[in-house]
Structure formats: C-alpha cells, structure tokens
Design a protein around this ligand. Structure first.
Ligand SMILES: [Zn+2]
Ligand SMILES: [Zn+2]
Length: 148
C-alpha cells in the first residue's frame, strides 16, 4: 500500500505507511521513543487499539481502551525529542469547524522495548500563521486558502 503514513500527513516529503509506521504496527520494535510516539499517533488515527495498549506502560495504561479510526487528526509536528522525551503538537478538527492543537511532552521508558509512560498535555485553539501549510489538506499556504 502506498498511502501516506498518518504521522506524515501534510509534511513536505511524506513517507508512505509501508516505509514508516506499518512495520512497527506489525511488530518491529521502535528504534527510539520518537519513532514509538509517531507510531502511536498513527495507531490512534487508524484505530489500532491493541497497538496503543501494548506500547503503554502498565502502570499508566487505561483499563478500557477501544479506539475507532479517527479522521479528525490532520497533522503531527515533532517539536523536539531527546532520549526519553518527545515534545509534539497534533492538530485536529474541532467541533466549531476550526482546528485545535494538542501540545504534549511525553515521557517514555525502555523496558526491553520502548513504552509510553505519561504526558503533560494542553489543548488550545490553533491560530495558523499566514505562511503555514493549510490544514484542510489543499497543499496551499493558509493565506492563499482558508485564510483568505
Ligand atoms: Zn508514520
Ligand atoms: Zn485550506
């Protein structure tokens, strides 16, 4: 399958799902916490409950986790990452027809494989800059698209 990986949507040179998160979803261990974070984001978009569960540390994992494919997520930006922490922003369509951004700094632990531990999260309405790529998926800049 040559579709773009959910974690690569609206990026300049997006990787395909097969070259990005698919191998991780099929059992290849994530080589870094950033790759694990990306694959978990993609799993949320695709509704892969089982993957989200097995990559979540048992001490913080919710007992009940049933995901459905979720098309409201439109873009993921990794702001920075270090050995055990990833700071990212994930953009999604909100109920008002605009976009909001989830800003999270996530902590990971390595126990035979990388696991998500917990995150420090905030959600705010997204205020696009004029030169940002428009989140509607047109491929145009915001100022030449929905920002007109
Ligand atoms: Zn990916
Ligand atoms: Zn637009």
């Amino acid at each position: 399958m040559n579709r773009i990986c959910p974690c690569q949507a609206l990026q300049v040179k997006p990787k395909t799902y097969a070259d990005c998160c698919q191998p991780l979803h099929e059992g290849t261990p994530a080589p870094s916490c950033e790759r694990l974070m990306r694959s978990r984001y993609s799993a949320f978009v695709l509704g892969l409950s089982e993957y989200v569960k097995i990559t979540w540390h048992a001490s913080t994992r919710p007992d009940d986790l049933q995901l459905e494919p979720d098309s409201q997520w439109v873009k993921l930006d990794i702001i920075s990452s270090s050995k055990k922490q990833v700071h990212f922003r994930a953009y999604f369509k909100d109920e008002n027809g605009g976009y909001s951004v989830l800003d999270e700094t996530s902590d990971f632990v390595f126990q035979d494989r990388w696991l998500y531990l917990e995150g420090d999260t905030s959600i705010k309405p997204h205020k696009p800059e004029r030169n940002d790529v428009c989140l509607c998926g047109s491929g145009k800049k915001f100022k030449k698209c929905c920002g007109q």
